[in-house]
Structures are given as structure tokens and as C-alpha cells.
Write a protein that binds this ligand. Structure first.
Ligand SMILES: N[C@@H](CCC(=O)N[C@@H](CS)C(=O)NCC(=O)O)C(=O)O
Length: 260
């Protein structure tokens, strides 16, 4: 039995789902809500209380890059790794980059879109319970700081500039080949897809598209794939409109920080 715990709108959950769709693997989708991530039942599966968690015949596989690599190794179907050792090394480089930048995209999402929603919907006491309930101490204190300082948070421009630099690296790589790790779609492209999708959801198309024709072409090719249609277009993030509205409001500040 193969089960995937995720929620629609989770960037790392989308990574796992894309890999399963690309391999054509059937699985039981456990689409949960954020509250469930805090229950003892889920913490027994994932002690950090985050998604994705893949459970295969009782074996638990955690961490999105580990999950997508496992999916590729464990199931038949076309390989999602490049054909040469150097290509595989390049794919791992991008997977590492995606892992390093996932907290950056979380900071942007949280500061721009989730914080205003939480402040609107939760009382001071509820907010404290929410923050105190975040399992990972680094993430917990970062979110507490962002909740207090919002767009003034020191983490915000750092995350933005770090994503901006990553876009430049992607454009550079895509001038040499049509996919990130070479001429074949691979785990590298899967790993980066949700990060780019989130920038688009946060209304950062201008930041993304500016002077980056190869990245624009790559993104069109990603969106045209059946895996993306199934996992994202047919199962859209319920917070998409919220992200877009909040991103539009934050755009003047974002633009001034990246100073194109
Ligand atoms: N490094 C982990 C990060 C997992 C993570 O942070 N997941 C987010 C969604 S992308 C989550 O579950 N957040 C819980 C929440 O928003 O409450 C991975 O790549 O699997």
C-alpha cells in the first residue's frame, strides 16, 4: 500500500505528487488539513508535523527530495534521473537548491499572504497557541518574528533576494539545455516547479519573467505536462486567490527591494 500525506497548496507536497504522476504510480491520497498535522496521530508519522509523508508498505519516507528520489527508485516507469553520472549530480544540485530555498519561499508566503490572514482570523491567544504548536524550533521562532514584524521583518528581503538569485541561476542553466539538469526532464525540474509556481501565485510574474526568456520557456513546458495539469491545474491551491491579492498589494515594496 502506498499513501501520501499532503495538503493542496503545500509546495513540498506538490513535489511528491508530481513525481508520482510522472511515474504513473497509483496511491492513496491523504489530503489533510493543517490542524491534522498537529495531532499525535500525524506526529507519529512525521514528528515535525509537516508534509509530505509517504508511507509505503508500512515504511515511512520523509523530506520531499528524499520522497521524489524514492518514488523514482521504487517504482517502474520512465526514469526521472538524467542518464549520466554528471547529469545525476546536476539534478542533485538542483534538489539541494530547492531544499535550501523552500524556507525562503515559506518566508515570502507567510509574510505576504498567511500573516494578514492569521491576524484577521485569530485572536491574540489563538495566535500564541498556533505559533507555540509549530514543532520545529527554528521555524517556530521565525514565524513568531514574522508575525510581529510582517514586511519589516529582516528575514523578508533576505528571502526575496535569495529567490531572485536562484531565478538568475535557473536562467543561466536553461541557456545550455532545455531542462535544468540537461536535455531530459528530471527530478531537478520537479523540485523547482512548486517554488516557481508559488512566485507566480504571489503575483511575482514580473520579477520572474524580466529578462529571463529561457526560464519563461521552461515554465511553459512545465505547465504543458500532464503531471502539472493533474496535480495543480485540476487541483488548484485553495489559497491561490488569497496569495494573488496579497502579492499584488506587496508588489511595490517587492519591486523596490529587488531594484531591477
Ligand atoms: N524540508 C521539508 C519541509 C516540509 C514543509 O515545510 N512542509 C510545509 C508545506 S510545503 C508544511 O507542511 N507546512 C505546515 C504548515 O504550513 O502548517 C520537506 O522538503 O519535506
Amino acid at each position: 500500500m502506498l499513501e501520501l500525506y499532503h495538503f493542496n497548496g503545500a509546495t513540498c507536497g506538490l513535489k511528491a505528487r508530481l513525481s508520482l504522476a510522472e511515474k504513473g504510480v497509483d496511491y492513496i491520497e491523504r489530503a489533510v488539513d493543517r490542524e491534522f498535522l498537529r495531532t499525535p496521530e500525524y506526529r507519529a508519522i512525521h514528528p515535525s508535523g509537516v508534509v509530505p509523508a509517504l508511507v509505503h508498505n508500512g515504511n515511512i519516507v520523509l523530506e520531499s527530495s528524499v520522497v521524489i528520489n524514492y518514488v523514482d527508485d521504487a517504482f517502474d516507469g520512465k526514469s526521472l534521473k538524467p542518464d549520466s553520472p554528471i547529469g545525476i549530480a546536476r539534478a542533485w544540485w538542483w534538489m539541494k537548491k530547492a531544499d535550501e530555498h523552500l524556507p525562503m519561499i515559506a518566508i515570502l508566503t507567510y509574510t505576504i499572504s498567511m500573516r494578514p490572514k492569521l491576524l484577521r482570523e485569530k485572536s491574540r491567544e489563538e495566535l500564541k497557541v498556533y505559533i507555540d504548536g509549530i514543532a520545529d524550533p527554528v521555524n517556530r521562532e521565525r514565524r513568531r518574528e514574522i508575525l510581529t514584524n510582517g514586511l519589516e521583518s529582516a528575514a523578508f528581503p533576505q528571502a526575496l533576494l535569495s529567490m531572485h538569485e536562484l531565478l538568475a541561476q535557473m536562467e543561466n542553466s536553461l541557456t545550455e539545455a532545455s531542462w535544468l539538469a540537461g536535455d531530459k526532464y528530471s527530478l531537478a525540474d520537479i523540485a523547482m516547479t512548486p517554488l516557481i509556481e508559488r512566485l507566480m501565485e504571489l503575483n511575482m510574474a514580473e520579477l520572474f519573467e524580466y529578462n529571463r526568456p529561457n526560464l519563461v520557456k521552461w515554465w511553459k513546458h512545465i505547465q504543458a505536462r500532464a503531471s502539472y495539469r493533474i496535480c495543480s491545474l485540476e487541483n488548484p491551491n485553495p489559497e491561490k486567490q488569497q496569495h494573488l491579492t496579497a502579492g499584488t498589494e506587496a508588489w511595490p515594496l517587492i519591486r523596490s527591494i529587488v531594484k531591477k
